[in-house]
Design a protein around this ligand. Structure first.
Ligand code: ATP
Ligand code: MG
Length: 559
């Protein structure tokens, strides 16, 4: 399993699990679960929960269940179930035989609800949703009892059975816990346990028109599966008293719920509902749009599962809400790809260069290093000829002394090739630079100076005649603000979408790039890391997604 290759982790949850093992609280068992609701695709926030749930099980020779919390048929779909299975596997975790669906427990849950009614711990309430809220009141003042609270056991049983039978419309009745209408915790003021929903369920079909709420279902599911440590995010802390009360009232096995802070990432959103809005509104191309923080989006962008796991380890587990800088995620993939990704040369914004003293028909093969961090990656041959492309930004007609790249009269090194000196500039009628003329020094073949002459700049290039052309997608932050989810009451998070989050350019690239297959990652020297898109690439016509730019300052450029 993936995490064992690393140092052991420590945090307050792991300490608690260790303590429970020491005291024999659950007879030495460690059972966790990852319980997604199949109403959207998994995102990087879920990855944090997955690494924790599966990580703790694995570290303690326990098991982690993958359980679909599919109790709300209205928003759920098998498309989401399938994607979740794929994404958890891709992230490197396996639940073995422990794949569960909350919907498989519907009958058991219904029996549990009957028990609560018989024990006078639940009743049927006829308040409309608005009246329900009004009666519940506010934390500082006690709520008002529903008329249903005084209904007899027989009447409650009869109504509940008829609710199941399909006699009533949605919203007519709900089953509520008989708890405490004066509790300062609103979740304890007779919360709803069952709602009528005449909706088709992706697994149980039309067998039910009555569905349990999260509060009723979740603890029940944990109990049935004999989970030991039920780990969830902080927003469920206020639900914990209810979790405990219900399992007590049902007189069943009781796991323990522990909460941790969710992951929030800057310049993006971390909610399935908001992502769905972006997908449905066409603001992104789909759940796997490489700009989204979904696992399928990150995968398509070129992120590796290992880099995401390392990121989750780096973030750690605490009880304090915080905002994690997206550059931390980028750091982990850069660090990995620096070691593993082959270097290639691609020019994103081509400017023609003609080497005037280079023979017209000559093409020579020059040796280029595939990865300076990994000698075993070897070298390759790249063609060089009289006409080349360089990056438009690597030439300036009016260059100051800090500009170390190509400028009139200045000499630079073409990586792995020769020293060249700019001799002339050719412009179009409107003043746009059409091409740059240079002379080269044949004695500098390979990029080495024979006489100790130094040049400050080294730039990348491709030979024009042999260059391929590919589409490259350059990405910027999806949102222009750090916390797009913090909007005014009447505001819309979509207002801070970055209009320039995607730019597509036609790049001139060395032949090796054109031959790359979908999923291949590489570094375009001096530009960044790129991944051959798995969806839109065709043989001979690959499309590249920018994973992350290098943003190396010029002065730090090697060689
Ligand atoms: P969303 O807010 O995106 O809709 P959710 O919490 O409703 O997410 P679930 O399918 O219920 O989605 O989540 C499954 C598990 O993942 C839960 O245990 C939840 O606590 C955890 N989780 C969800 N979002 C995050 C996050 N940002 N950071 C850490 N854990 C998360
Ligand atoms: Mg949820």
């Amino acid at each position: 399993m993936p995490e064992t290759e690393h140092e052991p982790l420590s945090d307050f949850i792991r300490e608690k699990v260790a303590e429970d093992l020491r005291t024999g609280k659950y007879d030495g068992r460690v059972v966790t679960r990852f319980p997604p609701e199949p109403n959207g695709y998994l995102h990087i926030g879920h990855a944090k929960a997955i690494c924790l749930d599966f990580g703790i099980a694995e570290e303690n020779k326990g098991v982690c269940h993958l359980r679909f919390d599919d109790t709300n048929p209205v928003k759920e779909d098998v498309e989401y179930v399938d994607s979740i299975i794929e994404d958890v596997h891709w992230l490197g975790f396996d639940w073995g035989e422990h794949l569960y669906y909350a919907s498989d427990y519907f009958e058991q849950m219904y029996e549990g609800a009957l028990k609560l009614i018989r024990d006078e711990k639940a009743y049927i309430c006829e308040l409309s949703p608005d009246a329900f809220k009004e009666y519940r009141g506010v934390p500082t003042r006690p709520g008002k009892a529903s008329p249903g609270r005084s209904r007899s056991i027989e009447e409650n049983l009869d109504l509940f059975q008829r609710m199941r039978g399909g006699e009533f419309k949605d919203g007519t009745y709900v089953l509520r816990a008989r708890l405490d209408m004066e509790s300062p915790n609103l979740h304890m003021r007779d919360p709803a346990l069952y709602r009528i929903k005449h909706a088709h369920h992706h697994r149980t079909g039309d067998a039910w028109c009555l569905y349990p709420t999260y509060d009723f279902a979740h603890g029940f599911e944990d109990s049935i599966e004999r989970v030991t440590h039920s780990l969830c995010t902080l927003e469920f802390e206020v639900h914990r008293p209810l979790y405990d009360w219900l399992l007590n009232a049902l007189e069943v096995y009781r796991p323990e719920q522990t909460e941790f802070a969710r992951l929030n990432l800057s310049y993006t959103v971390m909610s399935k509902r908001k992502m769905l809005e972006l997908v449905e509104g066409g603001y992104v191309s789909g759940w796997d749009d490489p700009r989204l923080p979904t696992l399928c989006g990150l995968r398509r962008r070129g992120y590796t599962a290992a880099s995401i796991r390392r990121f989750c380890r780096g973030v750690g587990i605490t009880k304090v809400e915080s905002l994690t800088d997206i550059t931390l995620l980028e750091h982990h993939i850069k660090e990995e790809l620096n070691r593993t990704a082959p270097r290639v040369m691609g020019v994103l914004d081509p400017l023609k260069v003609v080497i005037e003293n280079y023979p017209e028909e000559q093409v020579e093969e020059l040796e280029a290093v595939n990865n300076p961090e990994d000698a075993s990656a070897g070298t390759r041959q790249i063609p060089f000829s009289r006409e080349l492309y360089i990056e438009r930004e690597d030439f300036r007609e009016d260059a100051n002394r800090k500009f170390y790249r190509l400028a009139p009269g200045r000499e630079v090194r073409l990586r792995y090739a020769y020293f060249v000196t700019c001799t002339d500039v050719v412009k179009d009628a409107d003043g746009t630079i059409r091409e740059v003329r240079c002379s080269y020094d044949p004695a500098t073949r390979g990029g080495d100076s024979p006489d100790g002459r130094r040049v400050k700049g080294t730039i990348h290039w491709v030979s024009a005649a042999q260059a391929g052309e590919v589409d490259v997608r350059l990405y910027d932050r999806l949102f222009s603000t750090e916390r797009p989810e913090d909007v005014e009451a009447d505001g819309d998070f979509k207002d801070s979408l970055n209009p320039d989050s995607l730019k597509i350019v036609r790049a001139k690239v060395e032949p090796a790039i054109v031959a790359m297959t979908p999923g291949t990652r590489c570094q375009f020297e001096r530009k960044g890391y790129f991944c051959c898109d798995t969806k839109d690439s065709t043989p001979g016509q690959p499309v590249f997604n920018q994973i992350v730019p290098l943003r190396d300052s010029w002065g730090k450029q090697a060689q």
